[in-house]
Design a protein around this ligand. Structure first.
Ligand SMILES: *Cc1c(COP(=O)(O)O)cnc(C)c1O
Length: 339
């Protein structure tokens, strides 16, 4: 048996999802004529109570488009030092938008209004880059799938509005957060000027992310998507998978969270593990007693069919997702005891 815990991006489209893709009505989306893309964009905008949304090829693309719309060259983006937009998007903030970053430290990938407040550069002083965007990540990947406290988000949102600085959310795994907290998606989305949502993570679509915002924002984003080479033609084929994912695979994220908790509870007692970062959603970060044994343990696990990924010095990440079944979790629990 092979169990792939490397990432929730490894899921493959189910046969029902493939059927939806196969029978999707299509048109040229650069002309705005793909009915399935339009259906997905309407569905997402309604779901989050926002005016509009835009289907894009990846989460990197939605984030980078959002940054490009919000920020002028020479401006500054405030984000956590380990945020995806900074750490894992190939230097895109600098390369695509010519912007600088103010990186903040913070508990498990999250930042607070009190921290942000200190780093808003005074507009009247020509020395400083203009602070033009605040960006949060929920759930926070480097934080081991940590969820923001909604009160903290509301505080940041109120602060950003009163300072007229837009607030972006990298919501690659936003659905994992909302399933856990049960916060109304519309009330949540209201706090942000733009949101990037991945369809190809735990939701199980093969391709695609959606950028969400006001009509005015999405109109600008649409232009940037074209400039970044993201205008797609009969994209309904893949949008159908995203729509299917949103209509069928949201509630079941709770199963992934249950599996992650089950795995972490069992692993707690193992002699080779120093600690496990508290599991809040579908990510388990294991901290090893002996940092130097990381690659050896990853290989030992792989020899038993359990695929995991290195997550920094002495750390291994497991991610649960819809292609990890209860049976595979039980198998893993048995095999882990042999390590
Ligand atoms: C996966 C991910 C993204 C987007 O990645 P793509 O591979 O470009 O779709 C963005 N932010 C976070 C936190 C992610 O985990």
């Amino acid at each position: 048996m092979i169990v792939d815990f490397r990432s929730d991006t490894v899921t493959k489209p189910s046969s029902a999802m493939l059927d939806a893709m196969f029978s999707a009505e299509t048109g040229d989306d650069v002309f705005g004529e793909d009915p399935t893309v339009n259906a997905l964009q309407n569905y997402v905008a309604n779901y989050f109570g926002k005016e509009a949304s835009l289907f894009c090829s990846s989460g990197t693309q939605t984030n980078q488009i959002a940054i490009n719309v919000h920020v002028q060259p020479g401006g500054e983006v405030i984000c956590h030092e380990e945020s995806h937009i900074y750490k894992y998007e190939g230097g895109g903030i600098a390369k695509n938008s010519g912007a600088s970053v103010r990186l903040l430290q913070g508990n498990r990938g999250r930042i607070t209004k009190e921290q942000i407040e200190k780093w808003i550069n005074p507009e009247h002083d020509v020395h400083f880059p203009l602070t033009q965007l605040i960006s949060l990540e929920d759930t926070a990947n480097r934080g081991g799938g940590a969820i923001y406290n909604f009160e903290d988000i509301k505080n940041i949102s109120a602060f950003s509005r009163s300072n007229k600085i837009p607030l972006h959310l990298d919501g690659a795994r936003l659905m994992n957060a909302l399933i856990e907290t049960k916060i109304d998606p519309k009330e949540y989305a209201q706090q942000f000027d733009s949101i990037s949502l991945c369809l190809s993570k735990g939701l199980g679509a093969p391709i695609g992310s959606v950028l969400i915002g006001s009509n005015d924002f999405i109109k600008k984003a649409h232009r940037v998507r074209k400039v970044f080479g993201g205008g797609m033609r009969q994209a309904g084929i893949i949008a159908a998978a995203g729509l299917y994912a949103l209509q069928n695979n949201v509630d079941r994220l709770a199963i992934d969270h249950f599996h992650a908790k089950l795995l972490s509870e069992t692993m707690h007692s193992f002699s080779w593990i120093k600690e496990i970062v508290d599991v809040e959603t579908n990510i388990i970060v294991v901290v090893l007693k002996e940092e130097t044994k990381r690659d050896y343990i990853i290989q030992e696990l792989a020899n038993k069919g359990i695929k995991t990924i290195a997550f920094g010095p002495g750390m291994i990440r497991f991610v649960t997702h819809l292609d990890v079944s209860a049976e595979q979790v039980n198998y893993t629990l048995e095999k882990l005891k042999e390590i």
